[in-house]
Every structure is written in structure tokens, then in C-alpha cells.
Design a protein around this ligand. Structure first.
Ligand code: NAI
Ligand code: MG
Length: 500
């Protein structure tokens, strides 16, 4: 008989956190929505209400922008000595680390992902990300520029990098806490003040983070966290005339709406959008590492990754072997509630997302694709979907062209390596790509030709705070992480002084 594994008990602080109505965080205080409304967030493993949250709307966004504007204009944050700013960001990282188990549990409950994953991925990556940007606070600087059309000694010209101002940040539900950190870390390091709107599906970890922002001692109004729906709170934030910049991660469709909304005051925009990333396996690849790598490229986080390796191109000679290997891994994946200790894959985040993913699988199968494994919902309670491998697709099918955002990979054979780059690039997206080969020349030659913001060679989903991430084509504008992201949050001022 198998030994029964006990479900970890909920941390008492987490139980208390989800039982009380959660409030908006505006100007350093937790407040009700101006309308008094609340909205539920669900446990996707059961479909039951997990917590009730104040529903931010236009009026609350106005209040938060006012607070962020005041905090910016007084210089409480932007003029604080950068060493002190860096220390506060570092202190926030320490506090997140101190309460890491609470965050891991909240993330698993609200998003559905396995607790064992949020413990080793979401939360520690958040901590390291914050620390990396704490370090940047003291290192943002301009240049001295010798003029080229004037006698050099007669002018002193230099640039200053200044914070861009009040920043609106709208984030998705796939890595709720980590996405908050990707956005907050660089904006705070640069000296900006922020209004962050978490996704309506997963507001809880950002609200717990708000408590730590308060505990760390950030000045009031520097960070405001306003959960609410996209069409209301999100739209109000992206159109707000007193917001200087908007940073968004989510669907390409909404990215385009954000752009239109931003046009009113020409606020600066950065976008991290969807993908349909090619993962290319050449016949000289080391299959012992490639097969698990290709499986994890699509199944990690239930395929709810903008960079998921969802188009698996495999050289014909090894196609069957790779498809068999990936399918065998898919079949062994334990699809269970995130709090089950042996869960490898939890439910998708919402009923809407489950229906969308199942709809894609049905569409592909009705157009002639075959599910080697999976192809349907898993169980009938909660939003679980079977890890799925589709074959017999063609490059024009919706399942090959459109972002599914679920654990569904289309495996596609190719016989002519010289054609593979064109096929891999045949997408409106350009976020990421993978190449698996033991030939270093081929690897770098293909990497050079792929129109994608990240190319992983003999690995996938390797993220590092120091390594820029973002999209070509309709996958976005600008880069997150590294020092590149700081350009999103700073303006360059040129100062030119006549010396005689
Ligand atoms: P979404 O793009 O609608 O939501 C992302 C964020 O944008 C949320 O905070 C939402 O409240 C906000 N938002 C929605 N409409 C808005 C508007 N009109 N103005 C301002 N903010 C708005 O994504 P959704 O509906 O949750 O998922 C739909 C699809 O989007 C997924 O199936 C997936 O394909 C893609 N997606 C991509 C993500 C990525 O990381 N690139 C993350 C989440 C979803
Ligand atoms: Mg949406």
C-alpha cells in the first residue's frame, strides 16, 4: 500500500490573511475601495472563494496616483540618498525572505501552482530580484560628453539619468509575486513612485507584499497597490493623465489597448506580451537532456509562461524518439492541487483559462491534429488540464499560431535544417526560442537568425535578474531585467554649459 502523504497545513498567518477582507494599499495605508465594493479571488483547485478583496476602480486609481505624485514631487523617494533607497529595497527583500513560506502558500492557493514550486522558484527568485535592484539604486549615472562641433574646452556637457516619475504597473497572474518584483525592483531603484495593479485572479501576494513595504518603512505613497479588474482599474491607470509611464505584462490584445490609452498624454510605455516560442531540436542533440528540457519548456508552470516552448520542432530522424520521451514525461506528471506534496502540476488559474486551453485542444484535434497524450480536461472539479502533446499539425493551424498559455505542445517534424529558422520565425511573436544541439557552430548560427528576445541553447527557462528579457515583434516593447530595464524608468537629461 502506498504511504499516505499528508497535505501541509496552512500557515496560521496565511489562514488569517485569507479570512479577512483584504484592502487596497494607498498612501501607506490599507483602505476600502471608494465604492465600498469587493471582489472574490478563487482557489482554482476547487473553484471556491479563497478571499474577498476591495475592488479598486477609477476613483481609487485617482487617489493612488495623487499619492504617488505627491511622493514623487516632494522628493521623499526620488531625492532620498540612493544608498538609503538601496537599503530599503534590500530590507524589503529580507522581509520577503523572512516570510517566504507565507508567500509560497499564498501563491499556491491563489494561482494554483504546486507549493513545492512556489517555494523554490517564485519566492526565492523574487528575493534575489529585489536584491539585484537594491544594488542598482546606487549605480545609475550619466556620462560626460565631449562635444564634437565645438572647441572641446569651451563647453562642459554631461547627461543625468533621472527617474521618469509616476509609474503605473499592470501585471498578470502567472507569477503574481515575481511579476510584482520584476516591475517594482527597477522602478524603485530608479527613484520612481508606483501604482501597481495586480491581476484580478491573483491579488493576494501583492497585498501581503504591501504589508512588508509598510513594515520596511518606505515613505507613504511610494508604492500603492490597487487590485481591481483590467477594464476598470487597469484602463483608468493606463489612461491617467498624471501617470508618466506605464509598464504592462499580459496579453498582446490588452497591450494594444494600453498603448491606445497611453496616447492621451503620451506616457512612456513598455510591454511584455505573449509568445509562441519555437524550441528546435537538431538530430545531434543530447537526448538525455533535451527530452526533459523540452518537456519542462512547455509544462513548467502549466504552460502559463509567456516564453513557453510551445512549438517543438524536431529533426525527422529523431522525431518519434523525442515525442515518445516528452509524452512519457507528460504522463508521469502528477496533476493535483498545489498543496498536495506530490503535485507536479496544479490547476490552471481560472475557469476561463481552462476553457480557453480546452477549446484550443478541441480546435486542433478537429482540424486533424492527434493528441499523443492528454488532449482534455483532467477530472471534473477545479480547473485542471492534462499535459498534452499534439502531433500531425500544420504550420497554419490555430494551435500552432496562437498562444495557448496552457500545458499543450505541438510537436512538428522537420527534414531540412536550412528551413527551420524561417519556420520558427513564422509567427507574430518573438519572445523566446530554444535550440538543442551538440554542434556549437550550428547553435550560435541559428541563435543569430532567430527573431526572439531570448535564445536558450541546450537549456530553457533560465531566468536571471542580470539577463534582459523581452520581445521582438508583437511580443513587446522594451526589456525587463538587467540594466536595460532601467532605461524604462529613467529620462536622460543633457546639460550643456558654456565655459567662457
Ligand atoms: P490580460 O492581458 O487581460 O491581463 C493581464 C493584466 O492586464 C491583468 O492585470 C488585467 O487586469 C489587466 N487588464 C486587462 N484588460 C485591461 C485593460 N483594458 N486595460 C488595462 N489593463 C487591463 O490577460 P488574461 O485575460 O488574464 O489572459 C488572457 C491571455 O493573455 C492568456 O490566455 C495568455 O495567452 C495571455 N497572457 C499572457 C501573459 C504573459 O505573461 N505574457 C500573462 C497573462 C496572460
Ligand atoms: Mg483579459
Amino acid at each position: 500500500m502506498a504511504t499516505a502523504v499528508s497535505t501541509p497545513t496552512m500557515d496560521p498567518n496565511v489562514s488569517a490573511f485569507v479570512s479577512a477582507k483584504r484592502k487596497l494599499f494607498i498612501n501607506g495605508k490599507f483602505v476600502d475601495a471608494a465604492s465600498g465594493k469587493t471582489f472574490p479571488t478563487f482557489n482554482p483547485a476547487t473553484g471556491e472563494v479563497l478571499a474577498n478583496v476591495a475592488e479598486g476602480d477609477r476613483e481609487d486609481i485617482n487617489r493612488a496616483v495623487k499619492a504617488a505624485r505627491a511622493a514623487f514631487d516632494t522628493g521623499a523617494w526620488s531625492k532620498m540618498p540612493t544608498a538609503q533607497r538601496g537599503k530599503l529595497i534590500w530590507k524589503l527583500a529580507d522581509l520577503i525572505e523572512k516570510y517566504q513560506e507565507e508567500f509560497a502558500q499564498l501563491e499556491s492557493l491563489d494561482n494554483g501552482k504546486p507549493l513545492k514550486i512556489s517555494r523554490v522558484a517564485d519566492v526565492p527568485l523574487t528575493v534575489e530580484h529585489m536584491r539585484y535592484y537594491a544594488g542598482w539604486a546606487t549605480k545609475i549615472e550619466g556620462n560626460t560628453i565631449p562635444l564634437i562641433l565645438r572647441e572641446r574646452s569651451k563647453f562642459l556637457a554631461y547627461t543625468l539619468r533621472e527617474p521618469i516619475g509616476v509609474v503605473g504597473q499592470i501585471i498578470p497572474w502567472n507569477f503574481p509575486l515575481l511579476m510584482a518584483a520584476w516591475k517594482l525592483g527597477p522602478a524603485l531603484a530608479a527613484g520612481c513612485t508606483v501604482i501597481l495593479k495586480p491581476a484580478e485572479q491573483t491579488p493576494l501576494s501583492a497585498l501581503r507584499l504591501a504589508e512588508l513595504i509598510q513594515e520596511a518603512g518606505f515613505p507613504d505613497g511610494v508604492v500603492n497597490i490597487v487590485p481591481g479588474y483590467g477594464e476598470t482599474a487597469g484602463a483608468a491607470l493606463s489612461a491617467h493623465p498624471d501617470v508618466d509611464k506605464i509598464a504592462f505584462t499580459g496579453s498582446t490584445e490588452v497591450g494594444k489597448l494600453i498603448l491606445q490609452a497611453a496616447a492621451g498624454n503620451l506616457k512612456k510605455v513598455s510591454l511584455e506580451l505573449g509568445g509562441k516560442s519555437p524550441n528546435i531540436v537538431l538530430d545531434d542533440a543530447d537526448l538525455d537532456s533535451t527530452i526533459p528540457g523540452a518537456a519542462s519548456a512547455i509544462f513548467f508552470n502549466h504552460g502559463q509562461c509567456c516564453c513557453a516552448g510551445s512549438r517543438l520542432f524536431v529533426e525527422k530522424k529523431i522525431f518519434d524518439k523525442v515525442v515518445d520521451g516528452v509524452s512519457q514525461i507528460a504522463e508521469k506528471i502528477q496533476v493535483k492541487a498545489g498543496f498536495e506534496p506530490d503535485s507536479d502540476m496544479g490547476p490552471l488559474v481560472s475557469e476561463e483559462q481552462m476553457n480557453k486551453v480546452c477549446g484550443y485542444m478541441e480546435s486542433g484535434i478537429s482540424e486533424g491534429a492527434k493528441a499523443v497524450t492528454g488532449g482534455a480536461r483532467h477530472g471534473n472539479k477545479g480547473y485542471f488540464v492534462k499535459p498534452t502533446v499534439l502531433v500531425n499539425t500544420n504550420d497554419k493551424m490555430k494551435v500552432v499560431q496562437e498562444e495557448i498559455f496552457g500545458p499543450v505542445v505541438t510537436a512538428i517534424p522537420f527534414s531540412d535544417p536550412s528551413e527551420i529558422v524561417a519556420r520558427a520565425n513564422d509567427t507574430i511573436y518573438g519572445l523566446a526560442a530554444g535550440v538543442w544541439t551538440s554542434d556549437i557552430k550550428k547553435a550560435h548560427s541559428i541563435a543569430a537568425k532567430l527573431r526572439a528576445g531570448t535564445v536558450w541553447i541546450n537549456c530553457y527557462n533560465i531566468f536571471d535578474p542580470a539577463l534582459p528579457f523581452g520581445g521582438y515583434k508583437q511580443s513587446g516593447w522594451g526589456r525587463e531585467m538587467g540594466h536595460e530595464v532601467l532605461e524604462n524608468y529613467t529620462e536622460v537629461k543633457s546639460v550643456c554649459a558654456a565655459l567662457d
